[in-house]
Design a protein around this ligand. Structure first.
Ligand SMILES: Cc1ncc(COP(=O)(O)O)c(C=O)c1O
Length: 362
């Protein structure tokens, strides 16, 4: 079976499973953007910015860089604006061209793709699924000697779990000795409760830390393409020199300061999400479904009573109009779980109702 590479492709999935009901409405729980959508003011602001598209953006992106640096509390020299988190990942891999990387799976597929693109050899290690996706700390430490860069996704896509800050500190310490860098992708960090600060606070102490961010997920703006990298100023300068000219478009550049200032939107999202998650996780546990100990807006799901029937569960949900993300192309998961996004309450309730039905019928 040819599974789609990414989430958010309901039509392709209906075809794959021969569901030819064109009238069928689908609820897409396969993409992990903010379920609340973009901030309400964004539409009008975009139309106000219409004139901007007939000018080249400031090639130094000074106003957007300044606002991000102030928000992060770091000097501007330590920050590079990128065309989404994806460009930041590829630039990070470029920095280690022809080197050796370690990737902890299951995780976002683009680290491996970026490494392959820049001839960085990759070695795979795995989160421990039995212990709720704990980092294999000792194993990683043993491998640091021959590793130039460790890629970590925190919070991790697809499990939604968060590596302990202490574990990262101890790897950064060890990495100073072995000359190993750690790239931490924080694309989903804004969804975390404020008890988890961004690792950017560790940058002054650890020149071997590179932090990647994206505004895509929190603000639901995958079409705008805004991300950034934070790192030692020499790394930033050398990667800036590799960037394509005007890599970030004018609309994205103009919007960054307003997005970053909207902290109310982020607070509202996280508290709303927390309420939804309490309800979903309790109900799923009572129905005997496994859910990964996620801290963000998506989680891994498996029928604990019938763990080998994930594909049938996927199909059952699809037949009831619910699209989840298969996990066939996540190393270490191989389709054993479904990744499910948290959405608005009626959609979450619909999912729970269909899972109850599955439980009663299967
Ligand atoms: C962990 C992670 N990092 C980065 C990205 C890429 O984000 P962007 O759309 O900003 O390039 C994604 C997108 O799915 C992601 O899941």
């Amino acid at each position: 079976m040819k599974w789609p590479d990414h989430g958010g492709q309901p039509e392709q999935l209906k075809q794959l499973f021969n569901i030819d009901d064109d009238e069928m409405k689908t609820i897409d729980l396969s993409a992990n953007l903010n379920p609340l959508g973009p901030p309400a003011w964004l539409k009008e602001k975009l139309s106000d910015l219409y004139e901007t598209i007939s000018r080249y953006p400031d090639p130094t992106y000074s106003s957007s860089k300044a606002s991000l640096a102030a928000f992060e509390g770091i000097p501007e020299d330590n920050l590079l604006l990128t065309n989404g988190g994806a460009e930041a990942i590829f630039l990070a891999a470029k920095y280690f061209e022809h080197g050796q990387a370690l990737i902890v799976h299951p995780t976002f597929l683009e680290y491996e793709r970026a490494c392959n693109h820049y001839h960085v050899k990759t070695e795979d290690v795995y989160y421990d699924q039995e212990t709720g996706f704990q980092l294999p700390l000792r194993l990683i430490e043993e491998k640091l000697n021959h590793t130039d860069v460790l890629f970590l996704c925190r919070p991790n896509n697809p499990s939604g779990t968060v590596v302990k800050e202490d574990d990262i500190r101890s790897l950064l310490e060890a990495g100073k000795q072995t000359e190993t860098f750690i790239v931490v992708d924080e694309a989903f960090v804004d969804f975390l409760p404020s008890t988890y600060p961004s690792l950017s606070t560790l940058l002054p102490a650890y020149p071997n830390l590179i932090v990647l961010r994206s505004l895509t997920k929190m603000y639901t703006i995958p079409g705008l393409r805004v991300g950034y990298m934070m790192a030692d100023k020499d790394i930033i300068a050398s990667l800036q020199a590799e960037q394509l000219p005007w890599s970030i478009n004018a609309l994205a550049h103009e919007l960054v300061p307003s997005l970053v200032e909207d902290t109310d939107f982020v607070r509202h999202t996280t508290s709303w999400l927390n309420e939804q998650w309490q309800n979903i996780s309790q109900t799923l546990a009572s129905l005997d479904f496994y859910v990964s100990p996620s801290e963000v807006n998506f989680y891994l799901l498996q029928d604990q009573r019938q763990p080998t029937r994930t594909e049938e569960l996927f199909q059952f949900l699809l037949q009831h109009g619910i699209v989840t993300r298969h996990t066939h192309n996540f190393k270490g998961l191989n389709g054993k779980f479904l990744r499910v996004a948290i959405k608005a309450q009626p959609e979450n309730e619909h999912l729970l109702a269909i899972l109850r039905k599955w439980r009663n019928e299967s």
